[in-house]
Write a new protein. Structure first.
Length: 408
């Protein structure tokens, strides 16, 4: 079976949760003997994985250019996976024209529309409601992309329920597909540093991802001063790729606020910290930093949005008021018994919710089932057929117009 992945960016698993997610999907299909081609229109970056060394064919493609048509027609993939809905908007109509029998999969990463609307409302100091999300243009674009695909991989169970209950999308078009990790063994747990061997607070994330940037600014201005009053010897260690000037300027050793930049090994820095602190004020999807924290036995303190998509047994505390966030962080840092209880919950969640073997089997089984019933399922998805006919026409002719302008 031939799989074409059209990436929004080249995968960077050491820089972002999105990179971890993409490599997990690649490895899932590789484990079932798919021949994989990874194509991307973005520029190559220094921290990206060398996919060629993993036996994956790579291809630089161009936006709004007919060369993609010849490429995809010659490749003739059985399955095409779009990395985020914007990629499906750009290339979906070309895939549909050149390879109409190829199964189309959307990996949403997170619901971008949900994240963007929450961000805009926070900036405007307005309360978020799902009605406001439904009215947004970006929501309509993202939902249209889901309908145009044969299957959409949704990383958060919260978002599965939102799409099926609020929008009415049939669950035959959706698959809950979270992060996939090997279970943590008792031996592995025993090797992790103890409560006494750890120190400081940590937060980690790609600073090109705006929820992470906002979270660190919120930490510095509001949360950390409250914690520092009680824990004068503790430090807040900030790791993340692409630390823009605004982040680097937050470095203040006197206040114990330390900007460390990109971490080559997220697991290594996470397991040394006592508490993961990330008060996210907007966002969507499943936040990879907390799965990394739970895998390394580091309890977390976050907000309702930060913990969204996790179960009630989240390995840490969830608060939205800044004073409560600070107090829970202080309590967790000081109280070994509470810390151990939250650590155990984190281990249990990783092993019960993110079991790699089980989730890979569910993914491949669903893909195989859909491939076997592709024509039938497309007939049942009338909305998707209609959107291919109408919505992508505008995308197609805008792209054709850009082509002609570039060639004139």
């Amino acid at each position: 079976m031939k799989l074409l992945i059209i990436g929004f960016v080249w995968p960077e698993p050491n820089s972002s949760a999105a990179g971890i997610r993409m490599m997990q999907l690649i490895n899932a299909f590789k484990s079932h003997d798919y021949n994989i081609t990874f194509a991307c229109a973005a520029a190559n970056i220094e921290n990206a994985v060398d996919l060629e060394k993993l036996g994956i064919v790579t291809k630089n493609i161009k936006l709004n250019h007919p060369s993609f048509d010849a490429f995809v027609k010659k490749l003739s993939p059985d399955v095409v996976l779009f990395d985020r809905f914007m990629t499906e908007e750009q290339f979906g109509w070309r895939v549909n024209e050149q390879c109409p029998n190829a199964m189309r999969i959307l990996d949403s990463e997170d619901l971008h529309s949900l994240r963007k609307v929450r961000q805009e409302l926070l900036k405007a100091k307005e309360e978020f409601t799902f009605d406001k999300w439904l009215k947004a243009d970006i929501t309509k674009r993202e939902i249209a992309s889901i309908y145009r695909c044969d299957l959409s991989l949704i990383i958060s169970d919260f978002e599965i329920q939102l799409l099926s209950n609020k929008i009415g999308i049939d669950k035959s078009l959706l698959l809950y597909s979270p992060f996939m990790f090997e279970p943590i063994s008792n031996t592995g747990i025993m090797k992790l540093p103890s409560f006494q061997e750890r120190q400081d607070f940590i937060t980690i994330g790609n600073f090109r991802h705006e929820p992470n940037l906002d979270s660190v600014l919120y930490l510095k201005e509001t949360i950390w001063p409250l914690i520092r009053k009680e824990l004068s010897q503790a430090s807040m260690v900030v790791h993340g790729s692409y630390p823009i000037g605004k982040v680097n300027q937050l470095q203040n050793e006197k206040e114990g606020f330390l900007i460390k930049g990109w971490a080559q090994d997220a697991d290594e820095v996470m397991k040394k910290a006592r508490v993961c602190l990330a008060p996210l004020r907007f966002g969507a999807g499943l936040k990879g930093k907390f799965v990394i924290a739970m895998r390394n036995g580091t309890p977390s303190v976050t907000t309702g949005i930060g913990a969204e998509g996790f179960t009630a047994d989240f390995g840490g505390f969830v608060e939205n008021n800044p004073n409560e966030i600070a107090q829970k962080a202080i309590d967790l840092y000081r109280d070994e018994s509470s810390w151990k209880e939250k650590q155990d919950k984190g281990f249990n969640m990783v092993n019960s919710s993110f079991d790699r073997s089980q989730l890979i089997n569910e993914l491949i089984d669903r893909v195989n089932t859909t491939l076997g019933r592709l024509e039938e399922l497309r007939l049942q998805n009338f909305t998707g057929t209609m959107l291919h006919h109408q919505t992508l026409r505008s995308t197609k002719y805008m792209s054709k117009w850009i082509e002609s302008k570039q060639n004139s």
